[in-house]
Design a protein around this ligand. Structure first.
Ligand code: KG4
Ligand code: ZN
Length: 340
């Protein structure tokens, strides 16, 4: 089956072509318009999607060496995300599907991340634990099939990526903060300062990052009232990064232990973090855990994960009739209630 997938839930306009599980093209256009604001401005995001969407879809088609006439179904992210941003992708996909008279498959963005490990390996076995960690989400899932999973724990407030972005803004480093701090942290000492790690009770699989930005603000006011912290920026970044990463690593391995499984899949933009990757790899080796982290191009928001999941849902569930309706809606808030 050949699927054209479209993703526009936040600040990446993305399109991909998937053929029988293989990614033929995966185009991502990241909006740079938000960097001056230290966060995504929804109205700017919608307008930028509108500007880019047909270019990105055309690029995905031409890279795949296919034409619209070859496409058999269209998959599109319909939730969660910024309402205006989702509407651009959803309406574009709907128009195209109607014109081509082919099925339109609505896909949940978080579910896209959740199953993105299958883009690197078809051999991942259920059940597994999935850590989805991005600018909007930080959750641990227990996944038993392509249509069944449950949430084991989530952030109570800020997501891990948001913690990177907000502390980066405070440090005057720019947006998105994660990759900038990751790079600076490489030359710093992660134990130079101890910032708080929240919800670290033994069995808790919940996260909380809102206290971290307050702790960083108080640290800066107390130690650098003149704002002259830049000579120490490497140590500060490494220490803040450690406070974000450590709960992610510890709780992922606690979840594996609690649920008695030994496969961990990690996805979402923050899984590009080099310290998170190396700590997970070190522990996975030590504890004989099978670890799958997609390539960076599939960790950040992308349409390949949307198309790949749509294809799996159709072929493995054999429920394509369910997806034949053009009556889709977008839903900006959170994850739909997972099936138990
Ligand atoms: O999955 P994603 O592209 O979009 C959302 O759905 O949020 O994730 C974006 C988030 C941003 O908060 C960004 O700062 C973070 O991922 N990020 C990183 C790194 N690369 C991206 N965080 C830490 N280290 C990185 N190398
Ligand atoms: Zn995402």
């Amino acid at each position: 089956m050949i699927i054209l997938a479209i993703e526009s839930s936040c600040d990446e306009t993305a399109a991909a072509v998937i053929k029988n599980g293989k990614v033929l093209s995966n185009i991502v256009s990241s909006q740079t318009e938000h960097s001056a604001f230290g966060g995504v401005i929804p109205e700017i995001a919608s307008r930028a999607h509108l500007r880019m969407i047909s270019t990105v879809v055309n690029q995905a088609l031409s890279k795949s060496r296919l034409t619209l006439a070859d496409i058999e179904a269209i998959a599109v992210t319909t939730s969660p995300g910024l309402a205006g941003a989702l509407l651009v992708g959803a309406n574009f996909a709907k128009g195209l599907a109607l014109r081509l008279n082919i099925p339109l498959i609505p896909v949940n963005h978080i579910e896209g991340h959740l199953y993105s490990g299958f883009l690197v390996s078809e051999t991942i076995e259920f059940p597994f634990i999935s850590l989805v960690v991005s600018g909007g989400h930080t959750s641990l899932f227990y996944v038993t099939s392509f249509h069944e999973y449950s949430i084991l724990g989530s952030t109570r407030d800020d997501a891990a990526g948001e913690a990177f972005d907000k502390t980066s803004k405070m440090l005057g480093l720019g947006y998105p903060g994660g990759p900038i701090m990751d790079k600076l942290a490489k030359n710093g000492n992660p134990s130079a300062y101890i910032f708080p790690r929240a919800m670290m009770q033994k069995d808790s699989l919940q996260f909380s990052y809102s206290g971290l930005k307050t702790a960083v603000r108080v640290f800066l006011q107390h130690n650098y009232p003149e704002g002259d912290f830049h000579d120490n920026i490497h140590n500060i970044c490494a220490s803040v990064q450690e406070a974000i990463i450590e709960p992610l690593v510890k709780k992922s391995f606690n979840a594996l232990k609690q649920m008695k499984v030994n496969t961990l899949v990690v996805a979402g933009g923050v899984s590009a973090n080099s310290r998170l990757r190396s700590e997970l790899e070190r522990l996975a080796q030590k504890k004989s855990v099978k670890l799958f982290i997609p390539d960076i191009q599939y960790c950040i928001d992308n349409a390949a994960m949307i198309g790949s999941l749509a294809e799996k849902k159709i072929t493995k569930q054999k429920t394509s009739d369910h997806y034949m309706s053009y009556n889709i809606t977008v839903n900006s808030s959170a994850l739909r209630s997972p099936k138990k």
